[in-house]
Design a protein around this ligand. Sequence first.
Ligand code: SF4
Length: 330
Amino acid sequence: MEDSERKARGLCLLSGGLDSQLAVCLLRQQGIEVDAVVFKSPFFKIDSARRAAKDLNIKLHVVDFTADILALVNDPPHGFGGNLNPCIDCHALMIKRAGEIMTEMDFDFIATGEVLNQRPMSQRKQALGIVERCSEYEGRLLRPLSALHLEPTIPEKEGLIERERLLKLNGRNRKPQLELAREFSLVNYPSPGGGCLLTESGFCRRLADLKQHEGLMCERLAWLLIYGRHLRLPGGAKCIVGRNSRDNASLKKARHSEDIMLHTVNVPGPTVLMPLGGCEADVATAASICAAYGDHDGRSEVVVRIYEADCSRELTAAITDRDAFASYLV
Ligand code: SF4
C-alpha cells in the first residue's frame, strides 16, 4: 500500500469523560483508526473509561500506573497542585507511557481530550507545552479539540490527519462540547469532575500519613488507602476498620501473612486490619476499636478474634465509646 493511502493510527487517552470521547469521535470521523488507553492506580478509577470504551466499541489498553504515580507523589519534579496532586508530572508521564505503547504498537500519534484553558492551571498553553516536552514525545501529541490553537503536530504535517477538520475550542464554556455530543449521539458521560483522589484533602491526609510512617514504596499499602476508616495507633501501627461489607471483604482479601486481622466473635462487627502488624499494646487498642465499631447491642464487653500469621487467638475487649478513638483517625 502507498504511504499516502495508509490509514493513520492514533492512541487516545480515555478517561471516559465527554472530552476524551469527543476526541475519539473526531478522529474516527476522518477515518483514523483509534485505540484508547487508560491508567490504573489507587487514586483514579477506570470504570468510566471501560464503560466509554464499550459504548464507543474501541479497544482499551489498561496500564498499571501505581508505581509511577507513587514515585511522583514522593518526589514531583514540577511540584504539587492544591493537594498531593502532581498534575503536570502525572500527565507528562501518562503521555510518555502512552508514547511507549505508540512506538511498540506502531501508532502514529497520541491524542487527548484536553481543551485549552478549560482548567485554570494545567490546561494553559504553557502547561500543555511543558507536559508535551516532559513526555519526550514532542510533535506526536495531538489535542484534537483545541488543535487549531496549537502548533501542527508531525502527523498533521505528514498529511495523516486533516488539520482543517480539527477544532478550535478554548475555555470553560461546555456548550460546544454538548452540541458535539448530540452530533455524535454520545449520551453516557459523567459530569466533569475536579480530579482524582490526589486532589481531595481528606484522602491526602491518609496518603501523607502513609508517606510519613511506612513510606510510598509498597503498592499494596497504597491500594489499602481506598478502603475503610484509617487510624494511627499510639504505638505507631496502622489500623483500618471496614465501614461496610464491601470494605470488610476487600480488607480480608488484601491481608498478607505479616498483617494482623481482627474480627468480633459473638456479635456482627467490622473487619479490622493492621497492615504489617503492631506491638501488643496496639493490638489491644485495635481489639477495643473492633469491639466499639461492632454491633455490641448494649453489652459491656465483646470477644475479638485476632488472626496473626497462620494462627489465631481471642481477646475480650471492654466496650468503649467510639469517640475515645477519634484522635487516632487520619
Ligand atoms: S488530577 Fe490526578 S490523575 Fe489528573 S493529572 Fe492530576 S494527579 Fe494526575
